[in-house]
Write a protein that binds this ligand. Structure first.
Ligand SMILES: Nc1ncnc2c1ncn2[C@@H]1O[C@H](COP(=O)(O)OP(=O)(O)OP(=O)(O)O)[C@@H](O)[C@H]1O
Length: 300
């Protein structure tokens, strides 16, 4: 079976600007793939090309095995891109009924998708009274009407408060756990770490890294302990010399975060004072910034 999303040398130019540059992207069946990059990196442009909303300058897209231009290509795809358009004066439920009629989907499905996004209780209220998070969940519900096997979501948590973000994450994870494939874009590293199985980092239109979230997590530990030389020797004896680096007053360990308790016990039993021991997440942020050139290109 072919992968749900495959692009080959996908490129989009706007005059001199190469918004998307020779992108080879593969999203595998059943995974949540995070398309991560700073503002202006080319995420939305890529997703719009996938969905046929804009035409690539060159390169190919295959969605669910269908080449671009194939009429059936989007039949199994649900998308949420650039904020869905809903009627403000209609209820959430009635908005979905309008869309269901257009899509040739039975009314029964409307109740199902409202349940999926946990909006059933407020489904009779006008759309204009919804919070941003509820609006976004209604957008997800709309994307689910055709019961798609593949969901393409552009920054689904953008602008939401932490609770709203957590709601969306839970819905997306639930959809993936049912066996759907999800491709979502984000500019938040922490977010893709929480929600995704694999991450592609895009910068200035190019894919600069692709790795599993397990690889992202296995980014090591930071230890601050006194005296640091003794701590280094103890830890090196435990995990190997080549996995320990002294960086000022911090030990950087190239080991799985799961070893934290063992390392802590070893240091404490050796009579050392452990002041800090934590996953090296700051390093991840650093890696991301280095790979993506440290910031955005062009603002909108
Ligand atoms: N229609 C257009 N005409 C000219 N330039 C465009 C057009 N659409 C996008 N761009 C440019 O292409 C680049 C990529 O934009 P894109 O919207 O894909 O980035 P993004 O990663 O989705 O960022 P954001 O998170 O801000 O949406 C930007 O420099 C943007 O200004």
């Amino acid at each position: 079976m072919s992968d749900p999303v495959e692009t080959t040398a996908l490129t989009k130019r706007y005059g001199d600007l190469v918004a998307v540059d020779q992108l080879d992207l593969t999203v595998r069946h059943g995974e949540v793939y995070g398309f991560l990059g700073p503002n202006g990196a080319g995420k939305t442009t890529t997703l719009r090309m996938l969905l046929g909303l804009i035409r690539p300058t060159s390169g190919d897209v295959r969605l669910l095995g269908h080449a671009s231009g194939a009429g059936r290509r989007l039949a199994g795809v649900g998308a949420l891109i650039e904020g869905p358009g809903f009627y403000p004066y209609l209820s959430g439920r009635d908005n979905l009924r309008v869309l269901a009629r257009h899509a040739g989907v039975g009314r029964g499905r409307v109740a199902e998708v409202l349940d999926i996004v946990d909006l059933a209780e407020r489904a009779g209220d006008r759309y204009s009274t919804y919070s941003l998070g509820m609006k976004q969940r209604l957008g997800l519900a709309a994307a689910m009407l055709k019961d798609p096997g593949l969901l393409i979501l552009d920054e689904p948590t953008n602008g939401l408060d932490p609770a709203g973000m957590a709601d969306i994450r839970a819905v997306v994870r639930g959809l993936a756990d049912e066996g759907r494939t999800v491709l979502l874009s984000s500019h938040l590293l922490g977010e893709v770490q929480q929600i995704c199985d694999r991450v592609g980092m895009i910068s200035r239109g190019r894919l600069v890294a692709e790795l599993s979230v397990a690889e992202l997590r296995a980014s090591g530990l930071l230890v601050v302990a006194d005296p640091i030389d003794d701590a280094r020797a103890r830890v090196a004896a435990l995990v190997g010399e080549d996995r320990v680096r002294v960086d000022g007053h911090v030990l950087r360990l190239d080991v799985e975060a799961g070893l934290a308790a063992t390392i802590n016990a070893e240091l404490v039993h050796s009579g050392l004072s452990v002041r800090e021991l934590r996953p090296a997440e700051a390093d991840l942020e650093q890696t991301f910034l280095e790979l993506t050139g440290g910031g955005s290109r062009g603002t909108r």
